[in-house]
Each structure stands twice: as C-alpha cells, then as structure tokens.
Design a protein around this ligand. Sequence first.
Ligand SMILES: CCCCCCCCC/C=C/C(=O)SCCNC(=O)CCNC(=O)[C@H](O)C(C)(C)COP(=O)(O)OP(=O)(O)OC[C@H]1O[C@@H](n2cnc3c(N)ncnc32)[C@H](O)[C@@H]1OP(=O)(O)O
Ligand SMILES: NC(=O)C1=CN([C@@H]2O[C@H](COP(=O)(O)OP(=O)(O)OC[C@H]3O[C@@H](n4cnc5c(N)ncnc54)[C@H](OP(=O)(O)O)[C@@H]3O)[C@@H](O)[C@H]2O)C=CC1
Length: 267
Amino acid sequence: MGNIFRASLFDGHTAIVTGGGSGIGLAIATQLGELGARVAILGRKAERLETAKATLVQRGIQVHTAVCDIREPEQVATFVDGVAHALGPATILVNNAGGQFPTTAEQVTARGWEAVVRNNLNGTFFMTQAVATKHMIPARRGRILNIIANVRRGFPGMVHTGAARAGVENLTKTLAVEWAQYNVQVNAIAPGVIKSSGTDQYPPELLEVSRKQTPAKRLGTPEEVAHLATYLTSDAASFVTGETWYIDGGANLWGDNWPIPDPDPAM
Ligand SMILES: CCCCCCCCC/C=C/C(=O)SCCNC(=O)CCNC(=O)[C@H](O)C(C)(C)COP(=O)(O)OP(=O)(O)OC[C@H]1O[C@@H](n2cnc3c(N)ncnc32)[C@H](O)[C@@H]1OP(=O)(O)O
Ligand SMILES: NC(=O)C1=CN([C@@H]2O[C@H](COP(=O)(O)OP(=O)(O)OC[C@H]3O[C@@H](n4cnc5c(N)ncnc54)[C@H](OP(=O)(O)O)[C@@H]3O)[C@@H](O)[C@H]2O)C=CC1
C-alpha cells in the first residue's frame, strides 16, 4: 500500500521515536521522516542505531541518534536535552521501545518481573515526563503515542508485560486529562502480533498459533502500525486523546493463544 498522507504533513516537527533502530519503531521513524519530520531515535545498541541512521539518511531524513536506556532517568534527561540541541524541541514522542519474554506466571523470577516492568512501564513514564516537561508543556504543543500490546483479555503467557502495558494504558488516560490544558494529546496503539525484528526472536510455533487465532489469519506489518501512528500524531487527530487504538486483525475479539487444559480428575 502506498502512503495516503501529504508529503509535507510533519514539516517543522521534531519526532522522538524510542526503539527507532528496528522493527515497528524504525517503520514509524521512516514514515514520519518521509512526511517531513526531523527524527531522533534511541536504543541500547549503538550499532543498530547506526544502521538505522544510514537507512533514514539515505531517504533524505534529518536524524539524531544516541544510545539511551529508557529505564535510566539520567540517560533519558541527557537524551532529551541532546534532541533539543540537535533538532529543536520535540513536538512528537512515540514510546515504542520495550519488550519481554514468554514465561508462565509460576516461573517468572523477581529479576525477570522487574526487568520487564522497568522496561515497559517505568521507561515509558520517564521518557514521557522528560519530553513533556522540557519540550511540550513550555511550547503548549505535543503529541505522545504509546505502543503497548493486546492486553484486553489479560496476557496469558506474559503476565509481566500484560501488567506493565495495562499500566501504560492507564497513564495514557491520566496524562490525556492532566495535559489537555497544555494542548498535549496522549494516545496508545495496541498492536496484535506483527511480523518484525521483535517477533523474529519468538519461537515460530508460537507465532503460528497467534496467526491462526487472528481473524485476519495473518500477522500485521510494521508499516501498517506506522500508518496508524502517522494519523494519531498528525493534526487530523487533534481532538483524539486518552484512547487506545487496537490494530490486530480482530485478535482482541476472538481466539486465544493460551489453551486451558481440562481439570485433572485425579486432583
Ligand atoms: C506466550 C504467548 C505468546 C504469544 C505470541 C507472541 C505475541 C508477541 C507479542 C509481542 C511481541 C513483542 O513485543 S516483540 C518485541 C520483542 N523485543 C524485545 O523483547 C526486546 C526487548 N526485550 C528485552 O530487552 C528483554 O526481554 C528484557 C528482559 C525486557 C530486558 O532485558 P535486560 O537485558 O535488561 O535484562 P536481563 O539482564 O537480560 O534479564 C533480567 C532478568 O530477566 C529474566 N529474563 C530475561 N530474558 C529472559 C528469557 N528469555 N527467559 C526467561 N527469563 C528471562 C531473567 O530473570 C533475568 O534475570 P537473571 O537470569 O537473574 O539475569
Ligand atoms: N511485534 C509485535 O508483534 C508486537 C510488538 N509490540 C511492542 O512494539 C514495540 C516494538 O517492537 P518490535 O519492533 O516488534 O521489536 P524490536 O525488538 O525490534 O523493538 C524493540 C526496540 O526497543 C528498543 N529497546 C528495548 N528496550 C529498550 C530500553 N530499555 N531502552 C532503549 N531502547 C530499548 C530496542 O533496541 P535495543 O535492543 O538496541 O535497546 C529495539 O529497537 C515493543 O515495545 C514491543 O514490545 C507490542 C505488541 C506486538
């Protein structure tokens, strides 16, 4: 599918896309950049950022990259100041960085739980607070978009990320209300299962179960998520705030990744 958006849509904007070095984040950074935004991306791995930067620059996009772990508030503050210096204050923030690993609730260790909650909930809040207070609230202008996951019916098999993403969904609503007075809109996207560098690390048999349990009978693409992200960060969505938009081929309405065994009659 081609791009339905006007080429100059984001002229004059600076967009931060966390985790913009790969997968869904890179697709969003590419699309916002091709529509005129200056783009700042971060991640933990310098090499990944360098490769992504080369791809973006080749497309004529002005890019700033820096290594930053979103779980560390001091690194976040340094990154956000660096963006202002390199590209000007951010008008768009896409909190895309995150991730987890499949595990049953019985097996998750305290360190594993903490790693996932810090990554997805704490990191998203630290980044949001820094960008809003340093760039958006003073300018009385901003769009924040949080990438979460399909947590409508819990997240069996990934209890840690389900809890963390539900937290982000709730902070999306809270900040939409608190920051409406500053002309800062806050929304979330809940992708179903998307074929990406992220899911390439998952066992293929798990992804095949997900495909079968999706009414559309396929996985989504990072570009499809990027189209929705473009709409939600554009002026076309200026009266949309506090909402979570599902993009999942109908998966949240039907099907199940988690087969429930019948009770053991011996127990
Ligand atoms: C089922 C339904 C499917 C449904 C079908 C599939 C649906 C997919 C939907 C979603 C897809 C995606 O999100 S795709 C995106 C995937 N991308 C990512 O996940 C990338 C980012 N993720 C990460 O970096 C890591 O997963 C994360 C743990 C969050 C952070 O890593 P860190 O390096 O900071 O943490 P570490 O130091 O490595 O680990 C800290 C602890 O975490 C635990 N830990 C880390 N990796 C672990 C692992 N693979 N298995 C067990 N435990 C692990 C250990 O207890 C570690 O403690 P010790 O052992 O004591 O050290
Ligand atoms: N693909 C899917 O099916 C789905 C994905 N999602 C979510 O969408 C987002 C993008 O996923 P996807 O593109 O598929 O997967 P990727 O693993 O390719 O993307 C995750 C990105 O986040 C960065 N990242 C992770 N943790 C941190 C951190 N602590 N600090 C800074 N950067 C970090 C990674 O870079 P680096 O490793 O260099 O730090 C990487 O670029 C993730 O939040 C994911 O959980 C949600 C639902 C479904």
